[in-house]
Design a binder for this molecule. Structure first.
Ligand SMILES: [Zn+2]
Length: 157
């Protein structure tokens, strides 16, 4: 890959992991080791095109901000006061689920998220919009997105 970004700081990742309180799948750690996303307020055009569907990768610090904001609105059908979840990874939810972690943000306000709930689809990529809640994306994991980015960068050369 021609484009490179600084990796996420280990202390940022640890802080986020402590806040979320759930284990991150290894590919998510790889994701943030490869690039610590962007400050999406000042990003250029190239980065906007990086993830299909117009998502911009979030830095760990920005992911924590988004998580803190959205996790105030747990899905009453999923998230319990004890911190467990009735639904499994990959299930739709509204307004949000506190086991779902934002990793990307779209210009129009949508979020690209990793589902940290238990189940066969642990680590599946979900999308979120305020009007829709969380729902399944076309990506099984962030590894698939990384593969798409790599292919795209290769084909540009
Ligand atoms: Zn939940």
């Amino acid at each position: 890959m021609e484009a490179t970004w600084p990796p996420a700081l280990a202390e940022h990742l640890e802080r986020l992991q402590t806040r979320v309180g759930l284990e991150f799948p290894p590919e998510l750690l790889t994701w943030w080791t490869l690039m610590d996303g962007f400050d999406d307020h000042g990003a250029g055009n190239r980065s906007v095109e990086l993830i299909p569907k117009g998502y911009l990768p979030l830095s760990v610090a920005r992911a924590e901000e988004e998580y803190a904001r959205q996790s105030q609105y747990p899905d009453p059908g999923c998230c319990t006061p004890e911190g467990t979840h009735r639904k499994q990874a990959g299930a739709d939810g509204f307004p949000y689920c506190t086991a779902v972690l934002p990793i990307g943000r779209a210009i129009d306000g949508g979020l690209l998220c990793v589902d940290l709930r238990q189940g066969e689809r642990h680590g599946v990529v979900m999308e979120w919009y305020a009007s829709e809640g969380i729902y399944d994306s076309d990506w099984a994991s962030v590894t698939e997105i990384l593969d798409e980015i790599a292919e795209r960068l290769d084909s540009e050369q």
